[in-house]
Design a protein around this ligand. Structure first.
Ligand code: 13P
Length: 251
């Protein structure tokens, strides 16, 4: 049985006081026996404070990005060790906004994944096709390429620390969700690919999240698909109430 994950990617939203409000709302509304693994990914500036506020509750901390070097003259960048030191367990890597706005290549994403796992952080490794790629029938090729390049030289042991997120670019922030069937088809394809790259058991154990306009009104349908093991939520995680409703939909 794969335990579902509900992760909130706050993106570039919430200053410190807004972050405190949001995490307090999530904390207060969290069901007693929450069945999903809940992860919040605030901006860097709020990580330490949010960490101090979730110590007593079953909420895990993730960052939204990091650099692949240990330390040094990389102005503006954040290392894996820095993230660990403020309580991060997870880090989102390869998000489509990093790929498309900031020019991150598969090679960069691969270096970041290696750096994260070797420093004890669990990557939430994002992949997804653009609308144009889907319209040209290239979605499976694109996903296969992103997965194989992103996981290049990642050992079986290290792979076990990784969570995969399928986020079709055309569904992010657009209100246009992949249908449960469309998402399931890609998730199944990713699981089969993992079975070829690693093993059947690892394919059965890896958690594959769906992201892209997940809302309280569509979460249950998506999460009931056999290969969808959770959600990476953007817009709907910025209000405690809607994030909590998605957490409940996973239960
Ligand atoms: P939205 O839920 O706003 O579409 O964002 C999805 C996403 O990019 C999560 O990482």
């Amino acid at each position: 049985m794969r335990r579902k994950i509900i992760a909130g990617n706050w993106k570039m939203n919430k200053n410190l006081s807004e972050s405190i409000n949001l995490i307090s709302g999530i904390k207060n509304g969290l069901p007693q026996n929450v069945s999903a693994e809940v992860i919040v990914c605030p901006p860097f500036t709020s990580l330490e404070t949010v960490h101090s506020l979730i110590e007593e509750v079953p909420v895990h901390l993730g960052a939204q990005n990091m650099y692949f070097e240990n330390s040094g003259a990389f102005t503006g960048e954040i290392s894996a060790d820095m993230l660990k030191s403020v309580g991060c367990e997870f880090v989102i890597l390869g998000h489509s906004e990093r790929r498309h706005i900031f020019g991150e290549t598969d090679e960069i994403v691969n270096k970041k994944i290696k750096q994260a796992v070797s420093n004890g952080l669990k990557p939430i490794f994002c992949v997804g096709e653009t609308l144009e790629e889907r319209e040209n029938g290239k979605e499976f090729d694109v996903i296969e390429n992103q997965i194989t390049s992103g996981l290049a030289e990642i050992s079986g042991d290290d792979f076990n620390k990784i969570v995969i997120a399928y986020e079709p670019v055309w569904a992010i922030g657009t209100g246009k969700t992949a249908s449960p069937g469309q998402a399931q088809e890609i998730h199944k394809f990713i699981r089969e690919l993992i079975s070829k790259l690693y093993s059947q058991i690892q394919a059965e154990n890896v958690r594959i999240l769906y992201g892209g306009s997940v809302k309280p009104n569509n979460a249950a349908d998506l999460l009931s698909q056999p290969d969808i093991d959770g959600a990476l939520v953007g817009g709907a995680c910025l209000q405690a109430e809607s994030f909590l409703q998605i957490i409940e939909a996973a239960g």
